[in-house]
Ligand binder design. Structure first.
Ligand code: F0G
Length: 459
């Protein structure tokens, strides 16, 4: 028989496994009710396949674990910090590094250093913690992503692109002086893990240079973005992910990073800048909020694991398998007719809850309700990324995001293809009985980032 296609497989094998607890449907109904129909409030022991997030859920390699044992736990001047700093400088090219316990620690410090009250922060779609820190520092976020990003069915290959006209309107209206930076995420999370193209980034660089505006890079998933550039952008087919990542960083002036994603660790992050003044102030502030500037809330062993993880994340074979697994799940869901955000993104599948449950209004929290139903069906834990995540404006009104999504986020190097089959079949079973799914009522709402702790009841 002639071979039709050649499959890819993971560039690693298993040395240790973590056993999972299986539950009954009755146990899961009880668990989700007790969790107020919020998958963030479930106990992980009640979860079978955990697709809540790709953040801090990575499986570390044997090399990372051995580096872990070499962690230097000195309070000051730990050699593990210098290992991490070298890996960041070498691979990303930024000049000055401030370690933080995770991404939002870096966002807090960066926002405090760069944003003044009344400032405007344009960005390629918001991220929850990023926007909140910008607002807490006195800024106002404006979405300047291309319109296609808000349409789950639009197959634009670079839905993370900035609409330069939208940016120009803001610059003309408020003046460049009130815009301390443009906030650019690579592989935009809330758009469905969608990349920005190098071409768009270059044009943005040219525009902001003329205006004297910085670009700050949320580089949490930069290697996944680089993979898409390699796959889709003319001229990059033969360039390594490592080189593409460095080029992306080159067009930006500084960065915040949650190492819990791309960098294949369970905790950690940093802020980076090419400006001495910004660094000086950030290095001072980090002492207040995170820890000394050579550990920033991390143990020496965490910084060692990050140094190794960064290098592993830039391997072409790793990214191929990583995004390949996401694509596998996406194609499987589509084969059952389940509406998902297209094109398939880098870190997870985003199911379009508005299309899945068209009989529910957005005030009935369709994505939240759907995530609860999938958990009940199989113990698969997903996450709401819709009206609950979007939160409220400063005046108390709800944001009504166009995208009302359930995110099936794939941890790196953790689950097998057979797990993906179970997930897809569970979503398909819920899809078959979608007409009977009821909406939810919000019964408790915390003030900040409400999606983490909000509670609901069935309508
Ligand atoms: N930026 C992006 C794009 C993120 O996805 C996250 C976290 C952060 C910043 C904040 O980093 O969690 O280390 O403080 N995203 C997680 C998620 C929580 O599930 O998408 P952090």
């Amino acid at each position: 028989m002639k071979i039709q296609k050649r499959s890819w497989a993971e560039p690693y094998k298993m040395k240790m496994v973590e056993l999972l607890r299986m539950t009954t449907k009755a146990q899961r109904i009880k668990a989700i009710k007790e969790a107020g129909y919020n998958t963030f409030l479930l106990k992980s022991d009640d979860v079978y396949i955990d697709l809540l997030t790709d953040s801090g859920t990575n499986a570390m390699s044997d090399r990372q674990w051995s580096a872990f044992m070499l962690g230097d736990e000195a309070y000051a001047g730990s050699k593990s910090f210098f290992h991490m700093e070298d890996a960041i400088k070498e691979n990303y090219g930024y000049k000055y590094i401030v370690p933080t316990h995770q991404g939002r620690g870096a966002e807090n410090i960066l926002s405090k250093v760069l944003i003044k009250k009344g400032d405007i922060i344009p960005g390629n779609m918001y991220f929850t913690t990023t926007r909140l820190h910008q607002e807490l520092a006195g800024g106002k976020f404006y979405d300047i992503i291309i319109d296609e990003a808000h349409d789950p069915t639009n197959e634009h290959p670079f839905k993370g692109n900035v609409d330069l006209n939208k940016l120009d309107v803001l610059v003309k209206k408020y003046g460049a002086k009130r815009i301390p930076y443009v906030s650019i995420a690579t592989n935009v999370n809330m758009a469905g893990g969608q990349p920005i193209s190098m071409d768009n980034l270059k044009k943005l660089r040219a525009y902001t240079k003329k205006q004297g505006i910085r670009i700050i890079h949320d580089m949490t998933r930069v290697a996944e973005n680089a993979y898409f550039i390699q796959q889709r952008e003319k001229g990059y087919e033969r360039i390594s992910i490592k080189k593409i990542v460095k080029e992306i960083c080159f067009y930006t002036d500084g960065a915040t990073m949650s190492a819990k994603k791309d960098a294949l660790v369970n905790i950690g992050g940093f802020m980076a800048t090419n400006e001495w003044d910004v660094f000086e102030e950030a290095r001072n502030l980090v002492v207040v909020y995170e820890g000394l500037h050579t550990y920033g809330g991390l143990a020496g062993r965490d910084m060692e694991a990050i140094a190794v993880g960064i290098n592993e994340s830039l391997d072409d074979h790793h990214q191929h398998a990583r995004v390949g697994q996401v694509e596998y799940l996406g194609q499987k869901l589509q084969s059952y007719g389940i509406p998902i955000v297209k094109p398939i993104g880098g870190h997870g599948i985003f199911v379009d809850a508005k299309a899945f449950l068209p009989h529910l209004t957005q005030d009935e929290f369709p994505a939240q309700a759907l995530a609860a139903e999938i958990f009940i069906d199989s113990g698969v834990r997903t996450m709401e990324r819709g009206i609950v995540s979007a939160g409220r404006k400063a005046n108390g009104e709800n944001y009504y995001p166009k995208l009302e999504l359930v995110r099936f986020t794939i941890p790196r190097r953790v689950y097998t293809q057979a797990h993906m089959d179970v997930v897809a079949e569970s979503a398909a079973a819920v899809f078959e009985r979608r007409e009977n799914i009821k909406g939810l009522k919000l019964i408790y709402e915390p003030k900040y980032l409400r999606f983490f702790q909000a509670r609901f009841e069935k309508k």
